[in-house]
Design a protein around this ligand. Structure first.
Ligand SMILES: [Zn+2]
Length: 206
Protein backbone atom coordinates (compact mmCIF):
# COMPACT_ATOMS: atom_id res chain seq x y z
CA UNK A 1 0.00 0.00 0.00
CA UNK A 2 1.36 3.41 -0.93
CA UNK A 3 0.46 6.73 0.72
CA UNK A 4 -1.62 9.26 -1.26
CA UNK A 5 0.42 11.07 -3.89
CA UNK A 6 -0.64 14.55 -2.91
CA UNK A 7 1.38 17.20 -1.11
CA UNK A 8 -1.33 18.19 1.35
CA UNK A 9 0.62 17.74 4.63
CA UNK A 10 3.38 20.17 3.59
CA UNK A 11 0.94 22.56 1.90
CA UNK A 12 -1.36 22.77 4.92
CA UNK A 13 1.61 23.17 7.23
CA UNK A 14 2.62 26.21 5.19
CA UNK A 15 -0.94 27.60 5.38
CA UNK A 16 -0.91 27.43 9.18
CA UNK A 17 2.65 28.71 9.51
CA UNK A 18 2.03 31.75 7.30
CA UNK A 19 -1.34 32.44 8.94
CA UNK A 20 0.37 32.50 12.35
CA UNK A 21 3.30 34.61 11.17
CA UNK A 22 1.60 37.01 8.74
CA UNK A 23 -2.14 36.83 9.30
CA UNK A 24 -5.22 35.67 7.44
CA UNK A 25 -4.38 37.20 4.04
CA UNK A 26 -1.20 35.16 3.92
CA UNK A 27 -3.15 32.03 4.83
CA UNK A 28 -5.64 32.73 2.03
CA UNK A 29 -2.81 33.24 -0.45
CA UNK A 30 -1.15 29.98 0.55
CA UNK A 31 -4.43 28.04 0.42
CA UNK A 32 -5.48 29.50 -2.93
CA UNK A 33 -3.96 26.88 -5.24
CA UNK A 34 -5.64 24.01 -3.37
CA UNK A 35 -8.86 25.77 -2.34
CA UNK A 36 -11.99 23.64 -2.41
CA UNK A 37 -15.11 25.77 -2.40
CA UNK A 38 -18.68 24.63 -1.94
CA UNK A 39 -19.90 22.82 -5.03
CA UNK A 40 -23.55 22.56 -5.97
CA UNK A 41 -23.92 19.10 -7.42
CA UNK A 42 -26.89 17.89 -9.44
CA UNK A 43 -28.66 14.86 -7.96
CA UNK A 44 -26.62 11.76 -8.46
CA UNK A 45 -28.25 9.35 -10.91
CA UNK A 46 -28.51 5.83 -9.59
CA UNK A 47 -27.42 2.87 -11.65
CA UNK A 48 -29.98 0.17 -12.27
CA UNK A 49 -29.31 -3.35 -11.10
CA UNK A 50 -28.83 -4.38 -14.74
CA UNK A 51 -26.26 -1.62 -15.28
CA UNK A 52 -24.29 -2.64 -12.19
CA UNK A 53 -24.37 -6.31 -13.11
CA UNK A 54 -23.15 -5.54 -16.63
CA UNK A 55 -20.11 -3.73 -15.18
CA UNK A 56 -19.32 -6.67 -12.88
CA UNK A 57 -19.67 -9.06 -15.81
CA UNK A 58 -17.49 -6.94 -18.06
CA UNK A 59 -14.79 -6.81 -15.38
CA UNK A 60 -14.96 -10.53 -14.61
CA UNK A 61 -16.12 -9.74 -11.06
CA UNK A 62 -12.58 -8.63 -10.20
CA UNK A 63 -11.71 -5.34 -8.51
CA UNK A 64 -10.14 -3.05 -11.12
CA UNK A 65 -7.92 -1.48 -8.46
CA UNK A 66 -6.52 -4.42 -6.46
CA UNK A 67 -7.47 -7.36 -8.69
CA UNK A 68 -9.27 -9.14 -5.85
CA UNK A 69 -12.33 -11.35 -6.36
CA UNK A 70 -15.56 -9.58 -5.47
CA UNK A 71 -18.83 -11.17 -4.36
CA UNK A 72 -22.34 -10.03 -5.20
CA UNK A 73 -23.84 -8.39 -2.10
CA UNK A 74 -27.06 -10.34 -2.58
CA UNK A 75 -25.01 -13.52 -2.15
CA UNK A 76 -23.76 -12.11 1.16
CA UNK A 77 -27.39 -11.58 2.18
CA UNK A 78 -28.16 -15.14 1.18
CA UNK A 79 -25.32 -16.45 3.34
CA UNK A 80 -26.62 -14.34 6.19
CA UNK A 81 -30.06 -15.93 5.87
CA UNK A 82 -28.60 -19.44 5.66
CA UNK A 83 -26.23 -19.02 8.61
CA UNK A 84 -27.70 -16.17 10.66
CA UNK A 85 -25.60 -16.81 13.79
CA UNK A 86 -22.31 -17.41 12.02
CA UNK A 87 -22.45 -15.06 9.05
CA UNK A 88 -23.98 -11.85 10.28
CA UNK A 89 -25.56 -9.74 7.57
CA UNK A 90 -27.22 -6.42 8.38
CA UNK A 91 -29.01 -4.55 5.57
CA UNK A 92 -27.22 -1.35 6.58
CA UNK A 93 -23.94 -3.15 7.29
CA UNK A 94 -24.18 -2.15 10.94
CA UNK A 95 -20.90 -2.48 12.81
CA UNK A 96 -21.01 -5.47 15.11
CA UNK A 97 -23.61 -7.19 12.93
CA UNK A 98 -21.67 -7.51 9.69
CA UNK A 99 -19.30 -10.29 8.68
CA UNK A 100 -15.89 -8.92 7.59
CA UNK A 101 -16.22 -10.66 4.21
CA UNK A 102 -19.04 -8.25 3.39
CA UNK A 103 -16.79 -5.26 3.99
CA UNK A 104 -13.76 -6.62 2.17
CA UNK A 105 -15.36 -8.42 -0.78
CA UNK A 106 -18.71 -6.92 -1.70
CA UNK A 107 -18.79 -5.87 -5.34
CA UNK A 108 -19.47 -2.21 -5.99
CA UNK A 109 -19.38 0.13 -8.97
CA UNK A 110 -16.87 2.93 -8.66
CA UNK A 111 -16.44 6.03 -10.82
CA UNK A 112 -12.92 6.25 -12.22
CA UNK A 113 -13.09 10.01 -12.45
CA UNK A 114 -15.27 11.09 -9.53
CA UNK A 115 -18.80 12.18 -10.41
CA UNK A 116 -18.46 14.96 -7.86
CA UNK A 117 -15.64 16.42 -9.98
CA UNK A 118 -17.57 16.20 -13.23
CA UNK A 119 -16.99 12.58 -14.25
CA UNK A 120 -19.89 10.68 -15.77
CA UNK A 121 -22.12 8.87 -13.28
CA UNK A 122 -23.36 6.37 -15.83
CA UNK A 123 -20.98 6.09 -18.80
CA UNK A 124 -19.51 2.53 -18.70
CA UNK A 125 -16.05 3.87 -19.62
CA UNK A 126 -16.05 5.79 -16.33
CA UNK A 127 -17.33 2.85 -14.28
CA UNK A 128 -15.26 0.10 -12.72
CA UNK A 129 -15.88 -2.88 -10.50
CA UNK A 130 -14.33 -2.24 -7.10
CA UNK A 131 -14.23 -4.24 -3.90
CA UNK A 132 -15.85 -2.28 -1.13
CA UNK A 133 -12.52 -1.63 0.59
CA UNK A 134 -10.98 -0.05 -2.49
CA UNK A 135 -14.18 1.90 -3.14
CA UNK A 136 -14.11 3.35 0.39
CA UNK A 137 -10.43 4.16 0.15
CA UNK A 138 -10.77 5.85 -3.22
CA UNK A 139 -13.80 7.91 -2.19
CA UNK A 140 -13.90 11.17 -4.20
CA UNK A 141 -10.21 11.17 -5.04
CA UNK A 142 -8.71 10.78 -8.49
CA UNK A 143 -6.42 7.92 -9.46
CA UNK A 144 -3.67 10.50 -9.86
CA UNK A 145 -4.10 11.79 -6.32
CA UNK A 146 -3.92 8.26 -4.97
CA UNK A 147 -1.10 7.13 -7.22
CA UNK A 148 -3.30 4.25 -8.33
CA UNK A 149 -3.63 2.77 -11.80
CA UNK A 150 -6.56 0.93 -13.26
CA UNK A 151 -6.20 -2.76 -14.09
CA UNK A 152 -7.34 -3.95 -17.49
CA UNK A 153 -10.51 -6.00 -17.39
CA UNK A 154 -9.62 -9.65 -18.02
CA UNK A 155 -10.55 -11.21 -21.36
CA UNK A 156 -11.91 -14.19 -19.47
CA UNK A 157 -12.49 -14.72 -15.78
CA UNK A 158 -13.15 -17.91 -13.89
CA UNK A 159 -14.75 -15.90 -11.11
CA UNK A 160 -18.46 -15.10 -11.16
CA UNK A 161 -18.99 -13.29 -7.88
CA UNK A 162 -20.53 -16.52 -6.53
CA UNK A 163 -23.60 -15.92 -8.67
CA UNK A 164 -23.43 -19.30 -10.39
CA UNK A 165 -23.57 -21.66 -7.43
CA UNK A 166 -25.63 -19.66 -4.97
CA UNK A 167 -29.08 -19.96 -6.58
CA UNK A 168 -29.06 -23.71 -5.85
CA UNK A 169 -28.94 -22.93 -2.10
CA UNK A 170 -32.52 -21.71 -2.22
CA UNK A 171 -33.75 -24.93 -3.78
CA UNK A 172 -32.41 -27.23 -1.05
CA UNK A 173 -35.11 -29.06 0.98
CA UNK A 174 -36.01 -27.29 4.21
CA UNK A 175 -34.53 -23.98 3.14
CA UNK A 176 -37.06 -21.28 2.55
CA UNK A 177 -34.56 -19.30 0.53
CA UNK A 178 -36.27 -16.02 1.22
CA UNK A 179 -33.29 -13.99 0.15
CA UNK A 180 -33.09 -15.89 -3.10
CA UNK A 181 -36.53 -14.67 -3.99
CA UNK A 182 -36.09 -11.16 -2.65
CA UNK A 183 -32.60 -10.25 -3.67
CA UNK A 184 -30.65 -12.82 -5.57
CA UNK A 185 -33.23 -14.13 -8.02
CA UNK A 186 -33.62 -10.83 -9.92
CA UNK A 187 -29.84 -10.75 -10.32
CA UNK A 188 -29.70 -14.33 -11.52
CA UNK A 189 -32.44 -13.61 -14.05
CA UNK A 190 -30.67 -10.54 -15.37
CA UNK A 191 -27.36 -12.37 -15.59
CA UNK A 192 -29.00 -15.19 -17.51
CA UNK A 193 -30.46 -12.74 -20.02
CA UNK A 194 -33.83 -13.01 -21.74
CA UNK A 195 -32.92 -16.08 -23.78
CA UNK A 196 -30.94 -17.85 -21.07
CA UNK A 197 -27.63 -16.83 -22.58
CA UNK A 198 -25.10 -15.06 -20.42
CA UNK A 199 -25.31 -11.29 -20.13
CA UNK A 200 -23.39 -9.41 -22.79
CA UNK A 201 -19.82 -8.85 -21.72
CA UNK A 202 -19.21 -5.96 -24.09
CA UNK A 203 -17.47 -2.66 -23.33
CA UNK A 204 -14.32 -4.58 -22.53
CA UNK A 205 -11.18 -2.73 -21.56
CA UNK A 206 -12.93 0.44 -20.43
ZN1 LIG B 1 -10.04 -3.84 -4.44
Amino acid sequence: MIPPQDNFPAQLQRVISRFLAEGRAAGVEELGPIAYRLRELPPRPTLSLAQRLSIYQRDGWLCRYCGGETILTQVMALLGSLFPDLFRYHPNWKTGATHPAIISRSASVDHLYPGSLGGSWTEPDNLATACWLCNMRKADLTLEQLGWSILTAPETSQWDGLTGLSPRCGRLPGNRGENIERGLQPCVSLLAGPDGSNMDRGNRGA
